[in-house]
Design a protein around this ligand. Structure first.
Ligand SMILES: Cc1cc2nc3c(=O)[nH]c(=O)nc-3n(C[C@H](O)[C@H](O)[C@H](O)COP(=O)(O)OP(=O)(O)OC[C@H]3O[C@@H](n4cnc5c(N)ncnc54)[C@H](O)[C@@H]3O)c2cc1C
Length: 375
């Protein structure tokens, strides 16, 4: 097998985006994905300007816009639904495209997996990597199906609990529990919800995000003492109890329909930043395996897609050049750290209800301005 071929471990957003980015530049790619069947959560995700710009770089802006719901502004209100501010998001992809698109996670997955296959990435489900051994300009790989092969690079796109990171790195810091959990549920979109709306309540922050013509998703961020999971049979009741804090038409509609949501997702939130560099020899990790952020800037997937775009550009240009991965770090580390650290800070600010919402908005505005810079 050619040593210029890349093995991508993990078929999530980072792995599929990397496969598309590499195949578009004619680099050979295999993907192995642990799950025997695709298993994508049925809620939505925001693609902010930098994320849309990165998707445009791999030719996937149009299909995401076609499937998702575009808007330019995020509205902020108090618990009663009274407006307290707004964020105008910049149209980074040009005046003809919306500043932000929300899309169902499964719809985004369909776009990515379709493109990866169309461009010729080989995807093997139900398989992972068992061992990695550096061998000159290549990495010898043993897979869980018994296959042994040689690759020019191995890229761990296998999320916060990355197995690749575990195999290649001797010391990895623990992910940090943020003291926050997020609830999410999908429901019918009322016509009035035509952009993301966020409500700051006395105990929690809630919001709605339209991710298709017909649907929106609710999110609610709650300070919690520990990262225990909740009994599934109590989740609906517990979420409804949290929603009692909120008034106004939008949240009244949410309260009326949350009982019909197909499922309720609840997860304690962790934050993780792997110190630089994210590579050992010809093995590296990107996406959540290197930097896991809370969703306060709705940009974790965006950073994963940007990682993929930059890595593919460098790998295609000079696959054996020494220092290539250092150049990757020079373009990625500070930017991903900005997202991870600012998101933690916004979470901390949410826990202190004496901090005015305007201070949150100022920090978000300043961070989005920096993230709008070229990558
Ligand atoms: C509540 C919440 C809301 C969010 N909202 C947004 C948002 O609005 N906008 C945004 O940009 N980001 C958002 N994010 C962040 C975003 O979801 C992640 O940053 C993104 O999913 C990271 O993609 P990834 O491919 O790196 O990792 P993952 O999504 O974790 O994918 C990893 C993949 O690797 C596979 N895998 C795992 N282990 C192995 C193994 N050993 N071998 C092979 N395969 C393996 C997994 O099955 C999976 O398919 C949010 C995150 C959370 C938690």
């Amino acid at each position: 097998m050619s040593s210029s071929k890349v093995l991508v471990v993990g078929g999530g957003i980072a792995g599929l985006a990397l496969a598309v980015a590499l195949r578009r530049r004619a680099v050979a790619v295999d993907i192995v994905e642990l799950q025997p069947r695709w298993n994508v959560l049925g809620v939505g995700i925001s693609l902010t300007g930098p994320t849309l710009r990165a998707l445009a770089a791999i030719g996937l802006l149009e299909p995401c816009i076609a499937t998702g719901f575009g808007f330019d502004r995020i509205l902020f209100a108090d618990a009663g639904g009274r407006p307290v501010g707004s964020l105008d998001m910049p149209r980074l992809c040009g005046p003809q495209y919306p500043a932000t698109v929300a899309i169902g996670r499964s719809a985004l997955h369909e776009v990515l997996v379709h493109a990866a296959r169309e461009f010729g990435a080989a995807i093997t489900l139900g398989t992972t990597v068992m061992a990695l051994q550096p061998q000159g300009d290549a990495v010898e790989v043993e897979l869980s199906d018994g296959t042994r092969a040689s690759y020019g690079f191995v890229v761990g796109c296998d999320g916060i609990h990355s197995a690749v990171r575990g195999l290649a790195f001797s010391e990895v810091p623990e992910a940090r529990f943020t003291g926050l959990a997020v609830w999410r549920a999908t429901m019918k979109r009322p016509a009035a919800v035509d952009c993301m709306q966020v409500f700051y309540g006395p105990r929690t922050k809630a919001g709605v995000n339209p991710h298709s013509r017909d649907e929106m998703f609710l999110f609610l961020v709650q300070p919690i003492g520990d990262d225990r999971r909740l009994p599934p049979e109590r989740m609906r009741l517990l979420l409804r109890e949290q929603l009692e804090d909120f008034g106004g038409d939008v949240m009244a509609d949410v309260r009326a329909h949350v009982a019909d949501a197909p499922s309720i997702d609840y997860r304690p939130m962790n934050s993780f930043l792997l110190p630089s560099p994210w590579h050992r020899g010809r093995v590296l990790v990107i996406g959540d395996a290197a930097h896991t952020t809370t969703p306060h800037l709705a940009t974790g997937a965006g950073m994963a897609i940007e990682d993929a775009v930059v890595l593919a550009e460098l790998l295609a240009a000079e696959p054996s050049a020494p220092g290539l991965l250092d150049r990757f770090m020079a373009r990625r580390f500070a930017r991903c750290r900005l997202v991870v650290e600012t998101a933690v800070k916004l979470g901390e600010m949410e826990k202190d209800t004496t901090i005015p919402v305007q201070a949150h908005l100022e920090l978000m505005r300043a961070t989005f301005r920096r993230l709008g810079e070229p990558i």
